[in-house]
Write a protein that binds this ligand. Structure first.
Ligand SMILES: NC(=O)c1ccc[n+]([C@@H]2O[C@H](COP(=O)([O-])OP(=O)(O)OC[C@H]3O[C@@H](n4cnc5c(N)ncnc54)[C@H](OP(=O)(O)O)[C@@H]3O)[C@@H](O)[C@H]2O)c1
Length: 169
């Protein structure tokens, strides 16, 4: 069996800008830290400013000199998604890597986003879809620009009910 991939194999990211959603914890935090270690300028796109600041502090501690920024993004609000994209466009000319990582799972009882979409569908899918669309033109002409959408092995078991995308039943 081949050796497992490790973050040490991330190629040099100097000169590249990455946005990681939900970067204050879990997979997003690790991805942001390791991209920073590889030299990327990393924007932590988070909904909780305090958690974002703490994650930024920890990454700077692990990667002295790393370029880390925190941006406010609530994927459960399309106004917030638009606000983040506008802020990003003011602060950055380009983006090389967008990691759509943030997510919620199986909210019970059923909850809605600020725009009235079922919470998981609205946050994980629609929020990221809107974010990607709003940032995509900043990737134009960038070599090796990528959008990575984190999913789950659970998708193999699931089925989409296209007649009830808002999970009302
Ligand atoms: N860990 C696993 O075993 C596993 C398995 C399958 C799939 N996944 C997927 O992998 C991704 C990361 O998982 P994880 O385990 O690292 O999860 P996690 O530690 O719970 O992190 C989820 C992140 O998403 C953020 N988030 C949730 N709702 C948000 C919103 N409306 N706007 C902005 N950010 C929001 C959370 O912010 P707050 O801290 O503010 O809540 C948190 O930073 C998720 O998409 C998850 O579905 C993980």
């Amino acid at each position: 069996m081949a050796d497992k991939w490790t973050a040490a194999e991330i190629p040099n990211q100097h000169g590249r800008t990455a946005v990681v959603t939900g970067a204050n914890s879990g997979i997003g935090f690790c991805a942001a830290r390791e991209l920073s270690r590889a030299g990327a300028r990393v924007v932590l796109a988070v909904r909780n400013a305090e958690k974002g600041a703490e994650a930024g502090r920890k990454i700077r501690e692990a990667v002295p000199g790393g370029e880390i920024e925190v941006g406010s993004l609530d994927l459960g609000s399309l106004a917030s998604v638009r606000g983040f994209a506008e802020w990003f466009a003011r602060e950055h000319e380009n983006i090389d890597l967008l990691i759509n990582n943030a997510g919620v799972m199986a909210a019970h009882p059923r909850q809605l986003t600020a725009d009235g979409f079922e919470l998981q569908f609205g946050t994980n899918h629609l929020g990221h879809f809107a974010l990607t669309g709003l940032l995509l033109d900043r990737m134009a002409g960038r070599d090796d620009a990528r959008v990575v959408t984190v999913s789950s092995g659970a998708h193999r078991m699931g089925r989409i009910n296209f007649d009830d995308l808002q999970a009302t039943a």
